[in-house]
Design a binder for this molecule. Structure first.
Ligand code: SF4
Length: 527
């Protein structure tokens, strides 16, 4: 898919009309900028598949939602920076160094330059896709604008702080200093550099600005003169010197001016895009229209489509590996669904939804999902019958049919509060909630989950009606010392089957990295 091609031919819906950057791939705009920040004034024109289109957008959505969540939690600036950097690294950076990075396995053989370009492509494309998706209503525009401005400011501050801190440290700072200056020049910032003689003349005034430049750094600090109306944030905080209607601003404080311009430009572009969204969505009805319309309601929390990776960085869940992974890493509800499918060679509607969405959320592709179900179902029916009666619903689940909606995996609460299964016929539901004590106890013993006292601890939670605690205890028993292993994220275990699965796979990855011998069948008996 051509991001620009599908949208750009309309009257400037996504940009301010300039064409300076991303034509012919990502070369121009990306190579020319050595810093990781962009005004997004140039519409990109590289090709994207429909899958990439959705993946890129969801990756950015995760970062923007993380920003929103952090802003409501009153984090310290340092914690905000650290967590946002981690989110950017996990979702918007192509790297070979991070096994949890969803883009890593696709790019592992590339050079650093290629990976930087791939990251830039991801960043730019995802911004423009979400810009198109979030331009529709006032509320969506305001939300997108707010989060994008935080992200932009964070990136620019990172550059400015590195530059400021390193002036006294030597070489690295000069490089970033140049990068920031080039960025300003490339983006038409009309800032007039104050001459050395004028700066020296105003030395006392400039140094008198509270929390301003360190006197030791004054000689090496560039000051810019800007109309004071462009520096209102600094004026309000008394963080610049004003003379003759101009604000005198050190390079490190240019951030708030640039951020204000970014906000104004993006706000204007969103308003322009809103004016033509209906036409674009209508013209692209068969391809990206439904995706754009549903983007703001796409789920990105635990269990969102996010491939679970093995120790080698490859996606683990395929038709060929699902049996072993069901034994090793699935929570009890999914083990029972898997066992039911193997026994009956079909699943009823509720079970197909619960298990199918779980598999999709854990990263099983549409093709592998179809292959896996086809293999089981065609033991009791013809391939034609499977194709007629079941393959459509699998494609639907993956958003390839009907409304092309985003169907998210069920969390524990939804499963526990849902309709109970008909015993012996249906396999959906949560065993901790829907099995009686005798059946559950027998199942735990059959699966060799822990020793007798550990199983009794699980059963005690079940008898008290604490089904999710019982499930979390199951995890704890089968994954000793998981919290101490690097790369194992226990968030959501006991709240979401996909979080349970993901934590279990990363636990076994960590153990295998540490040299422990793994035997997936021995770990938890046969399903
Ligand atoms: Fe599955 Fe959640 Fe029940 Fe555990 S508590 S078995 S993950 S539904």
């Amino acid at each position: 898919m051509n991001v620009a091609g599908s949208i750009r031919s309309r009257p400037a819906p996504l940009s301010d009309g300039k064409r300076r950057g991303y034509a012919d791939g990502i070369g121009g705009g990306i190579a020319s900028s050595s810093i990781d920040v962009d005004m997004y004034t140039d519409v990109p024109s590289f090709e994207l598949s429909l899958d990439e289109f959705e993946e890129y957008a969801l990756a950015r959505l995760k970062v923007l939602r993380k920003i929103e969540e952090m802003k409501t939690r009153n984090l310290t600036p340092e914690m905000f920076r650290t967590q946002l950097d981690a989110s950017i690294k996990a979702n918007l950076t192509v790297t070979t160094a991070n096994n949890s990075n969803p883009w890593e396995s696709k790019q592992s053989s590339n050079s650093n330059t290629n990976m930087a370009e791939a990251s830039k492509k991801l960043d730019v494309a995802s911004h423009f896709i979400l810009r198109a998706a979030y331009c529709r209503t006032e509320d969506l525009r305001r939300w997108f604008l707010t989060q994008e401005c935080h992200l932009f400011r964070h990136r620019l501050e990172s550059v400015a702080q590195t530059q400021t801190g390193s002036i006294t440290d030597g070489g690295g700072g000069k490089k970033n200093n140049d990068a920031l200056r080039n960025f300003l020049a490339n983006n038409d910032f009309d800032l007039e550099c104050v001459s050395r003689s004028e700066k020296e003349k105003l030395r006392d005034k400039l140094l008198s600005v509270p929390s301003g430049v360190n006197p030791m750094d004054f000689h090496n600090t560039e000051y810019y003169r800007v109309p004071f109306v462009q520096a209102l944030e600094l004026v309000a905080k008394r963080e610049c010197y004003i003379l003759g209607g101009y604000a005198y601003v050190p390079l490190s404080r240019i951030v708030s001016i640039v951020a204000a311009k970014f906000r104004a430009t993006l706000s204007k572009s969103l308003a322009l895009a809103a004016g033509v969204f209906g036409q674009v969505a209508h013209d692209e009805q068969a391809r990206i229209g439904p995706l754009l319309k549903s983007m703001n309601s796409q789920y990105t929390g635990p269990g969102a489509p996010n491939a679970v990776l093995g120790a080698d960085g490859q996606e683990v869940l395929t038709a060929a590996t699902v049996d072993a992974l069901a034994a090793q890493s699935m929570p009890l509800c999914m083990k029972q669904l898997h066992k039911g499918l193997q026994r009956d060679h079909k699943l009823k509607h509720m079970a197909r939804l619960q298990y199918g969405l779980f598999l999709k959320g854990a990263g099983m592709s549409l093709e592998e999902h179809t292959l896996f179900f086809h293999k089981e179902f065609t033991r009791i029916m013809t391939s034609d019958q499977f194709n007629k009666e079941y393959s459509y619903s699998i494609r639907h689940m993956h958003g390839k049919e009907g409304k092309r909606g985003s169907y998210t995996p069920y969390n524990c609460m939804k499963i526990i509060l849902g309709n109970p299964p008909n015993s012996g016929v249906e396999h959906h539901g949560c065993p901790y909630k829907h099995y009686d004590d005798a059946n559950l106890s027998a199942l735990l013993g059959q699966l060799k989950i822990g020793n007798a006292s550990e199983r009794e601890a699980i059963m005690a939670h079940k008898r008290d009606g604490n089904f999710q605690l019982a499930c979390a205890k199951h995890f704890e028993v089968m994954h000793p010392a998981a919290a101490s292993l690097e790369g194992v994220n226990l968030d959501g275990v006991g709240n979401h089957p996909n979080a349970w699965f993901s934590a279990s796979v990363s636990y076994h990855n960590a153990k295998s990295r540490n040299g422990a011998s793994m035997d997936v069948v021995k770990v938890e008996g046969a399903v």
